[in-house]
Design a protein around this ligand. Structure first.
Ligand SMILES: [Cu+2]
Length: 88
């Protein structure tokens, strides 16, 4: 997922429940983060940093933002949908 002041690309992501891995690339020369308040998840992304983060996702729809002041207002908001694994 590309992370920049204009927003997250893609801004709508669907994954299966369980271990969710997302690779983030910060395209800007200043910091951002990937925050899902409902999950207590906050991934800090330094300038031009690329990192992969794994967390446990339960089925549902979650809003993610960049919590740096002003960045959500600048469009850094999106939706993560965690789908039930097959067989549930
Ligand atoms: Cu940001």
């Amino acid at each position: 997922m590309d992370v920049a002041i204009g927003g997250f690309d893609p801004s709508e992501v669907s994954v299966k429940e369980g271990d969710v891995s997302i690779r983030f690339t910060n395209l800007d020369a200043f910091g951002h983060d990937f925050t899902i308040e409902e999950l207590g998840l906050k991934v800090l992304l330094g300038p031009n940093e690329t990192r992969t983060v794994t967390f446990t996702g339960s089925p549902g729809t979650y809003t993610f933002i960049c919590s740096v002041p002003g960045h959500e207002e600048a469009g850094m908001v999106g939706t993560l949908t965690v789908l039930p694994a097959a067989g549930h």
